[in-house]
Design a protein around this ligand. Structure first.
Ligand code: NAP
Length: 307
């Protein structure tokens, strides 16, 4: 059916900032409903209860824009109802949950697209091409932002299953695992957890990338002023730097033209392709690295976070 009917579930910051405009701008999709306990989207059927939507709502694919801890239950219900499914990152609260979702989608024959929006940043594909076939020496990730600016009033990020600073950090890991695909392991990690939170506000990871290339990552949620989302890749014959979360690319200090930022338009283009092929795309490599950091890492308690 074209345009493909789609329902947004969880009408929070990312649904409003990115999903609504991306769906509106893509002629392959038509928003037919929204599910929210608190918000209403104009011009479509609105439901406050997800079960009721599944039972009575219009036929449509589902875009789950809820926090990760709510993903498994809603995702399994949507799949059981035969709905094709797009899920925000992180795909679930744990690797086990994500794998359960993927297996359920496979068994039910529905499309599952576990999105990583940062992989659609315009510098990422050129960076992957540059890195392919080069001898890499090291990778350095610096991902520092102000949690108050990007997660205003959100409590779930500090609760178990809320990911803390891994919520943005997993975006860096999604770029890393796309640009340098292959086996990757966490060797050490240190997480700083505020005394009044369950999840970290800062993290440092040491990883071994494909072929043993050393990767050092720093994630910090306490950066005020200019924000930093940088990945530097040093090879034998040059250095590539992705900045602004992959929106900018420099090679050996010279800027490379990569086109405009269009992460969420890219996500919905890809979702349309997957639906046309009845295929799924569910790569959990970034989630595995976060999980392994938590398994191998040391946690230290730091001063309480005051919103
Ligand atoms: P948010 O503003 O808190 O919105 C999430 C919405 O999900 C809430 O408004 C709530 O909407 C609904 N919801 C359903 N079950 C919930 C539960 N158990 N706890 C809390 N909310 C629940 O969060 P967000 O920033 O949009 O993030 C949502 C997802 O998008 C996360 O996985 C996040 O990593 C990802 N994401 C966020 C950003 C960003 O810049 N914030 C960027 C990219 C991706 P209703 O009131 O409508 O029910």
């Amino acid at each position: 059916m074209r345009p493909i009917p789609v329902t947004l579930v969880g009408v929070g910051k990312i649904a409003r900032d990115q999903h609504l405009p991306a769906i509106a701008a893509n002629p392959d999709f038509r928003l037919v409903a929204a599910v929210s306990r608190n918000a209403v989207v104009d011009g479509v059927a609105n439901f406050t209860d997800f079960d009721r939507f599944l039972a009575e709502g219009p036929p449509s694919a589902v875009a789950l824009c809820t926090p990760p801890a709510a993903r498994l239950e809603m995702g399994l219900k949507a799949i059981a109802a035969g709905r094709d499914l797009l899920i925000e990152k992180p795909p679930a609260a744990t690797l086990g949950e994500a794998e359960t979702l993927a297996a359920a989608a496979r068994d039910a024959g529905v499309t599952l697209f576990a999105t990583w929006h940062s992989r659609f940043a315009p510098g990422v594909a050129p960076a992957r091409n540059w890195a392919a076939g080069r001898r890499l020496r090291r990778v350095t990730i610096t991902w520092k932002e102000d949690v108050r600016r990007w997660h205003p009033g959100q409590d779930w990020i500090w609760q178990p299953g809320g990911f803390g600073v891994f919520d943005p950090g997993i975006n860096a890991l999604s770029i890393l695992t796309e640009v340098i695909p292959g086996p990757m392991h966490v060797q050490a990690a240190r997480m700083e957890v505020p005394a009044n939170a369950a999840t970290p506000i800062g993290a440092e990871l040491t990883l071994a990338g494909p072929g043993g290339v050393p990767v050092a990552a720093v994630f910090d949620w306490r950066q005020e002023g200019p924000q930093t989302w940088d990945i530097a890749i040093e090879a034998d014959d040059g250095t590539l730097r992705l900045s602004m979360g992959g929106a900018r690319l420099d090679i050996d200090g010279l800027p490379v033209e990569v086109g405009p930022e269009a992460e969420y338009p890219g996500i919905y283009r890809r979702f349309a392709e997957l639906l046309a092929r009845r295929a799924s795309d569910a790569d959990f490599a970034p989630l595995r690295l976060c999980a392994d950091a938590c398994l191998t890492g040391r946690q230290v308690t730091v001063e309480p976070f005051l919103p």
